[in-house]
Design a protein around this ligand. Structure first.
Ligand SMILES: Cc1ncc(COP(=O)(O)O)c(C=O)c1O
Length: 450
């Protein structure tokens, strides 16, 4: 990776001035350092306006699955744009939406057959919660309680913030949120001696809660296997199965938020398959379009959909967005599904997991590198510091080390979640690139150990 830095052209300096004056960036302190200007991307590499190459080790906020600028997806969007770019989706349909719905129903387990479109992960969660609440209402039941897990994150809109309240990101808006019931999450890692005790404690709490409130519960929502934003916190499939068995005994709606885990992240197409569970509702976004277009789907089982099949207008699901089922998004998602189904993708998942095992193994010499964990293409390790969590002091230090503003080493887009360093690469990342990413993490620990 040649990092020959060229003098930034005047136009790009101008660009930063404009950005500083007019752009409000997400999850960024006002007055923070200037953002990095990205001009292009190819495969796992992003290129800055200065010609610097950055290895994208987090798939650009977990969305880019098959590499930047993948021609199969890009061409599909181009062809669709020349044919039909957008049409109202209430009372109308179109080929890419119908075909995509059919294909999603085909790749998802069980009777997850009813596809509702929206634009981003947060809205896919809002839709799931509203569907679940109205499912009961349409049958004459007013249920209000929602079961969630400690540390869960589901997006930034009001309903999504409510069910993700324990992630710690939303204290400012606490008074605005709907009440939820938070269960303990049995977070685990390699050689965790307390694993079984934590799972037993969590299940006991669930049992107690169900005994008291089963008839009031709208749904249980969780990120299956991996809680992403709160620090790549992982649990075992065995725990999920024990949990869902209990919920099934009370016919409680199971919502899996697979916005992050969907489309291969956990080493199978969906985390629910890794856990051998079919939820009643699944939320998908991020990798849905391979990282090309903002789009999401909330896919419901036939049981959920059937509760809306009535002539009574008040039973209709009153939800929709201007860009619902945008044809360009659907075309990108269809092209992405082609890539998902290819044997090369499957091979890449195994290859990346093997590289992660090797990389984490190398860190075992550092006492500071704790709680090592892998699930499919995601690997994480904690830096053992006193101030853990998103605001940990090591986060900015590490981000800057990996980005390497001096440009004398390779640059990596590795963005620690507080004191948690993780890799979630696009599936096209080569062994050589993965090796370099793990070497950078090794060097970061060398530095921290000094
Ligand atoms: C599990 C999960 N759900 C929902 C969301 C929200 O998605 P979006 O940022 O597209 O609104 C995210 C985003 O990181 C997520 O990880």
């Amino acid at each position: 990776m040649g990092n020959q830095v060229k003098t930034p052209p005047q136009a790009d300096k101008h660009l930063l001035q404009i950005d500083r004056r007019h752009v409000w960036h997400p999850f960024t302190k006002v007055g923070a350092k200037d953002p990095i200007v990205i001009e292009s991307g190819e495969g796992a590499v992003l290129r800055t306006d200065e010609g610097r190459e950055i290895l994208d080790c987090i798939s650009s906020w977990w969305v880019n699955l098959y590499g930047h600028g993948h021609p199969h997806v890009a061409n599909a969007i181009h062809a669709q744009a020349l044919k039909l770019e957008q049409v109202i989706f209430a009372g109308f349909t179109h080929e890419p939406a119908a075909l995509l719905s059919e294909q999603l129903a085909d790749v998802l387990p069980g009777d997850l057959n009813r596809v509702f479109f929206s634009d981003n992960g947060s809205t896919s969660v809002e839709v799931a919660l509203k569907m679940a609440a109205q499912f009961w209402q349409n049958q004459g039941q007013q249920r209000t309680r929602v079961m969630v897990f400690d540390g869960g994150y589901h997006g930034d809109t009001v309903g999504a913030m409510s069910v993700g309240v324990s992630s710690g990101f939303f204290d400012v808006w606490k008074k605005w949120l709907i009440d939820v019931d938070v269960m303990p999450f049995p977070e685990t890692w390699a050689a965790d001696p307390e694993l079984e005790a934590k799972e037993a404690k969590a299940l006991q709490r669930v049992d107690e809660f169900l005994e008291q409130h089963a008839e009031e519960i709208v749904a249980m929502i969780m990120e299956p296997l991996i809680q992403g934003a709160s620090g790549m916190r992982m649990c075992r499939p065995e725990f999920l199965r024990a949990l869902v068995e209990r919920l099934r005994n009370h016919e409680i709606i199971v919502i899996f938020d697979e916005v992050m885990t969907g489309f291969g992240r956990t080493g199978q197409r969906f985390a629910c398959q890794t856990a051998d569970i079919t939820p009643d509702i699944i939320c998908l976004s991020k990798g849905l379009t391979g990282g090309f277009m903002p789009m999401s789907v909330t896919v419901a089982s036939d049981r959920i959909y059937d509760a809306f099949e009535t002539n009574d207008a008040s039973s209709m699901f009153c939800h929709g967005h201007s860009y619902t089922a945008n044809p360009l998004g659907c075309a990108a998602a269809l092209a992405s599904l082609d890539l998902l189904k290819s044997s090369e993708t499957d091979h890449n998942w195994r290859r990346i997991e093997a590289a992660h095992r090797k990389g984490l193994q190398r860190l075992s010499e550092f006492p500071l590198a704790t709680r090592q964990r892998i699930r499919g293409t995601i690997a994480a390790v904690n830096v053992a510091v006193d101030d853990t969590g998103y605001q940990s002091h090591v986060a900015d230090q590490l981000k800057s080390f990996f980005w390497n503003p001096e440009g004398d080493r390779d640059s990596f887009l590795i963005r620690p979640l507080g004191n948690v360093i993780y890799l979630m690469p696009p599936y096209c990342m080569t062994d050589e690139q993965l090796d370099r990413a793990w070497q950078a993490i090794f060097e970061a620990f060398q530095l921290l150990a000094k």
